[in-house]
Design a protein around this ligand. Structure first.
Ligand code: BQF
Length: 292
């Protein structure tokens, strides 16, 4: 069993990006600039945005954080987005999700300039992705592809089972794994809360991608010997013994499932760090595109 070390791979990729930034500077060009709009004070969202800000600094990007209160109107949030769309200094920006209930997420994401949509959530980018056209690929799926590629895990002709159909992970991942590409060319099954015989479907999987947000959901009786297991879950589970009062757990019962898997991602330190790093990669790609 090999642990897919997302932290290590992330550091390698961030070093590569930092080298690209060095070259940009040597040419006297502008370094990539990422902005993040984070609405309100949700602690998990705040911590994600801090990770992204730290990653920007580490690779030599400029970073701007805009933090309106949770009470901001949809109208005012839209003006903030339009301002970033117009700002020549900003190469890419994200709107940290989730947004408060009074704001229509889908409406807001549609107003991001697709050329600055480094999260790849705009329907233009999502559609291009589905049609194999160049686009920004959402950071978490992009990170999973990069892990599979760099660990040289074959995907062609394999049975991939994706558990969860979210717009951010499950749905795009299912599209990407069936694309005519490497990684890709696999036979994909998407499962969700209405799926019958989930266990039987999982037992047929060569590659299992779990993205539902339920701690320890995938148990060893659902995993074929030698399967590749990708755990996208980040669940905060209360633990009186932990420093912060909680521990991070994935959607996979890691200790038990690792005995069956050929490759497995840990939580923390698996897919999570790759997500942040591939956002940096998308921002670099945005800068390079804007330079032309
Ligand atoms: C790690 C996210 C759910 C909803 C919105 C490193 C991150 C997480 C874990 C991180 C995530 C999850 C992010 C680890 C960004 C991934 O060491 O395991 C980094 O910062 N993530 C997000 O921005 O929004 C989310 C999960």
């Amino acid at each position: 069993m090999t642990i897919l070390d997302g932290r290590k791979m992330s550091n390698i990729i961030k070093d590569e990006i930092a080298q690209e930034v060095q070259k940009i500077k040597e040419k006297g060009e502008k370094v990539p600039h990422l902005a993040a709009i984070i609405v309100g004070e949700d602690p998990a969202s705040q911590s994600y945005v801090r990770s992204k800000d730290r990653a920007c600094k580490r690779v030599g990007f400029e970073s701007t954080i805009i933090n309106p209160p949770a009470t901001i109107s949809e109208e005012d949030l839209i003006s903030q987005i339009e301002k970033l769309n117009r700002d020549k200094n900003i190469d890419g920006f994200i709107v940290q999700l989730p947004l408060p209930d009074h704001i229509d997420e889908q409406k807001v994401l549609m107003l991001i300039d697709p050329d600055k949509d480094v999260d790849g959530f705009h329907p233009m980018n999502f559609g291009k992705m589905a049609l194999d056209l160049p686009s920004f690929i959402p950071a978490t799926p992009f990170g999973i592809l990069e892990l599979l590629k760099r660990y040289e895990i074959p995907t062609q002709g394999k049975n991939t089972v994706v558990i969860g159909r979210s717009h951010i992970v499950g749905r795009p991942m299912s599209i990407l794994m069936s694309r005519k590409d490497n990684p890709g060319n696999s036979t994909v099954t998407v499962t969700h809360r209405h799926t019958k015989n989930l266990k039987e479907i999982c037992l047929n999987a060569d590659i299992l991608i779990v993205a539902i947000g339920s701690a320890d959901f995938l148990t060893e009786d659902m995993v074929k010997d030698g399967a590749v297991v990708i755990d996208v879950g980040i669940n905060r589970v209360e633990d009186a013994n932990a420093k912060r009062g909680y521990v991070l757990k994935g959607d996979v019962d890691f200790e038990k499932v690792k005995k069956k898997a050929s490759f497995i991602t840990p939580v923390p330190g698996g897919v999570g760090p790759m997500t942040v790093t591939m956002l940096m990669k998308n921002t670099l790609l945005a800068r390079q595109k804007h330079q032309k």
